[in-house]
Design a protein around this ligand. Structure first.
Ligand SMILES: [Zn+2]
Length: 401
């Protein structure tokens, strides 16, 4: 793989051993559509290791044995690529980038992201906004990146908005990040400008510790995407931008409660389709409604019924992505037996007692927050959420077994 950067445009050329089909770090198969993308509002003179990591978030799935950058990287960065992916990276010759003192939030506007922002009320935001690609048709026109960007501006936080078409480098399964970390490409390139030493993501306990997202249902202490000692954690750290998960120890019930109870509540938006508000009928709206109704202890409020195609998934037996939250919702929502989740109930014996661990914070998640920002998260979680008991910790660590 050979990569070049010019005025925010990344162009990459595959070597003979590279392939246009690959797998993201979570094992999910992805297919390449095109070999260039642009990120706006980024400087030309960022540290070369920042350019390298930003490029790697886009080209990692296609790269097999080596990567040649257009500017020399540090030996530390090359080592992180070698140790993590078995890839030879060069040329080597730059001094490493020292970590800055600022923590920024990679801000999407969803409940998890807002909750991360609530933990650090002074942290600036970097918002990734999808832009059209000049050569790849947009087959997902209902995605309202303009609405999400407007809500991000309305938060009043210091905001860096970066626009990019990098999601269109992916042909399949659909426009999206080649690696989850590609959402950070613009933040990485702005790291010198913002003095960043850390970048906070809204990944919660399901994504970090319970095998959530594209994994299913197992305890993942060595999560390759988000553990500090994982391949991505070490790569970001080598470029002086530590991955920070402020809400990595709490469930989506807690992030929902924190987000909707915060001063940013009016700007929370997890739906990518609605304009005046969430659409209420997409898969994400349904899943988040399950959580919100449980948190608010009220009946489910959805126009979807059991004969809707969207309900089909819930007629199949588990495991489901985000299964811990499905159990949490089923155990708490009054009248759930009269909703489209009715048939789902027979697969679980979830009770409030058996799911109460999802109301507390898993302490090892706080321990892995880098020192400059750890105390703030510990005091916040202790005061606002409460730490898990030994028994609850055991629930996390035996999840899926
Ligand atoms: Zn929706």
């Amino acid at each position: 793989m050979r990569v070049t950067w010019a005025a925010g445009t990344l162009t990459f050329r595959l070597d003979p051993e590279d392939e246009i089909t690959g797998k993201a770090a979570d094992g999910y198969p992805v297919k390449l559509a095109t070999n260039s993308c642009t990120i706006t509002n980024v400087p030309d003179d960022a540290h070369p290791d920042l350019f390298a990591v930003a490029a790697w978030t886009v080209v990692a799935p296609w790269t097999r044995r080596r990567i040649v950058f257009d500017r020399a990287v540090s030996a530390e960065l090359a080592r992180a690529l070698h140790d993590g992916w078995g890839v030879e990276a060069g040329p080597v010759g730059a001094d490493p980038r020292p970590a800055g003192g600022t923590l920024a939030i990679s801000y999407s506007g969803g409940a998890d992201s807002v909750a991360a922002a609530v933990v650090y009320p002074d942290a600036p935001f970097v918002h990734f906004r999808r832009a059209p690609h000049p050569r790849v048709p947009n087959r997902w026109p209902h995605y309202r990146s303009d609405v999400l960007a407007r809500l991000a501006r309305q938060t009043g936080r210091p905001l860096t908005e970066v626009r990019s078409d990098l999601e269109y480098t992916l042909a399949e399964p659909r426009p999206g990040y080649p690696e989850h970390h590609a959402v950070a490409a613009g933040a990485l390139l702005n790291a010198d400008r913002l003095g960043l030493g850390g970048l906070a993501f809204g990944y919660e306990i399901g994504s970090r510790w319970l095998g959530g997202g594209r994994y299913l249902h197992r305890f993942t202490p060595d999560n390759p995407m988000w553990a500090p000692h994982g391949m991505w954690g070490r790569l970001f750290a080598a470029a002086g931008v530590h991955i920070v998960l402020p809400v990595g120890g709490v469930s989506e019930a807690v992030t929902m409660r924190l987000a909707l109870g915060s001063e940013l509540a009016a700007q929370v938006r997890w739906c990518l389709q609605g304009t005046g508000g969430p659409c209420r009928t997409c898969a994400k709206c349904l899943y988040k409604e399950l959580i919100q109704a449980a948190v608010e202890r009220r009946p489910l409020d959805t126009p979807l019924t059991a004969d809707h195609p969207r309900a089909r998934k819930w007629l199949r037996p588990p495991p489901y992505g985000g299964q811990e939250m499905v159990e949490y919702g089923l155990a708490r929502i009054p009248g759930i037996e009269d909703t489209l989740f009715a048939d789902c109930l027979e697969y679980f014996e979830a009770s409030e007692e058996s799911t109460s661990w999802l109301d507390h914070c898993y302490p090892p998640a706080l321990a892995e927050i880098p020192e400059p920002w750890r105390a703030q998260a510990v005091s916040f979680m202790t005061a606002q959420v409460g730490l898990m008991t030994e028994k609850e910790i055991h629930r996390v660590e035996t999840w899926g077994s």
